[in-house]
Structure formats: C-alpha cells, structure tokens
Design a protein around this ligand. Structure first.
Ligand SMILES: [Zn+2]
Ligand SMILES: [Zn+2]
Length: 193
C-alpha cells in the first residue's frame, strides 16, 4: 500500500480537485483494505468494494483500491451514506466502514485556528486517528455468482423491448422475460424526435 500523501496526490488527479471527501475516502479505503488483509489492493483481484454514496469520497476509494464499476469490483448501493464495505473474496472477510458524524465537529474543535471549514476538515481528516473518524464492523457479504467479475454467465432478451440483459437481471412475469425497465423500473421517458 502507498502512503497517505502519495494517495492524496493521485486522488486529486483522479477526482479533479482536492477536498475533504478525498482525504476521508482515501483514509477509509486504506483502513478497509488493512482490516480485510489486502495489502496491495491494486495488485490483487480479490477485493470488492460496495460503496454507499456517489459523492467525492467514492472517487478516492476508487483511487486507493483500483476497484471499478467496469470491472465489477466496485458495487454501488445508493444509500446516501458515507460508508463502504470491503470484501476480500480470497478469505471472505468483510468490513463495513462508516464515517462518524462527530468527525465534522471534531475538525472544527481541533483546528479552530484554521480560517475555513474546508481547511479544518482537510487537516483533521489527514491527522486524526482512525477511531476518531470512522466506526467499523465485521460483516458477511453474499456475493452471488452473477455479480462476480468475469464473463457474463447468462444473457437473455427482453420479451417486450428486445434488448439483451446480462447476468440474471431480468424479471419473469406471467411467464414472460422482462428487463427491469419494461417491468416498471424505467428511469427515463422516451421523447419524440
Ligand atoms: Zn470533491
Ligand atoms: Zn425491456
């Protein structure tokens, strides 16, 4: 694993700017990897990360772990929480790490001599111990075969729209195979033209 300063340089490049979320995300990922015994996250193929937020810290977690949506090693669960679960598929060890709400107040208290909230948070998240920033718990994660990295196991066609569906994401209703959009989860409306 690299050092915090090394990861922060990389995180700023990857994310486009430096922000408290980069520091917190890098710290969270370094802690998560360590807790599940993954020393070289980018070298191995054993790490899967479930990230629960689509904000700054998610990019930092990608920077440290190398886990990506396109490799199926990064799973997004839209919970709106600054939290992530790190799963070592070699050992089945998993740990869920959450950023503590109290870390913001702590940043203000400990670094009140710094002029802005951003500077206070950047400094706090770089220097405070893990226990002041995060809580974590051992968890079990069931990773279905169809969610694992590698080639798609199955591919079917939607009986309604005709589009292909990989990895058992179809819905069977009244004997018909439907994609999730045709089954009622469509997030878009088709417009004219
Ligand atoms: Zn940011
Ligand atoms: Zn369909």
């Amino acid at each position: 694993m690299n050092t915090l300063p090394e990861y922060l340089i990389e995180a700023e490049k990857n994310h486009g700017h430096m922000c408290p979320g980069q520091v917190l995300g890098v710290r969270m990922a370094m802690l998560g990897c360590r807790l599940v015994g993954v020393d070289e996250p980018k070298a191995g193929k054993r790490l899967i990360v479930y990230v629960e937020i689509d904000r700054c810290a998610a990019d930092a977690i990608n920077t440290v772990t190398g886990c990506r949506l396109g490799r199926r090693t990064l799973k997004y669960r839209d919970f709106g929480k600054l939290a992530a679960t790190f799963l070592n598929t070699g050992t089945d060890e998993a740990v869920r790490v959450v950023a503590l709400e109290s870390s913001r107040d702590l940043a203000r208290e400990c670094f009140s001599h710094l002029p802005t909230k951003k500077q206070q948070q950047l400094e706090a998240y770089k220097t405070l111990p893990d226990e002041s920033l995060f809580s974590w718990e051992r968890v079990r994660v069931r990773l279905p075969e169809a969610d694992r990295p590698g080639h798609p196991l199955v591919r079917v066609m939607c009986d309604d729209c005709g589009e292909g569906i990989n990895d058992s994401r179809e819905v069977v209703r009244d004997g018909r195979i439907l994609c999730r959009a045709c089954a009622g989860e469509r997030y878009y409306e088709v417009t004219a033209g």
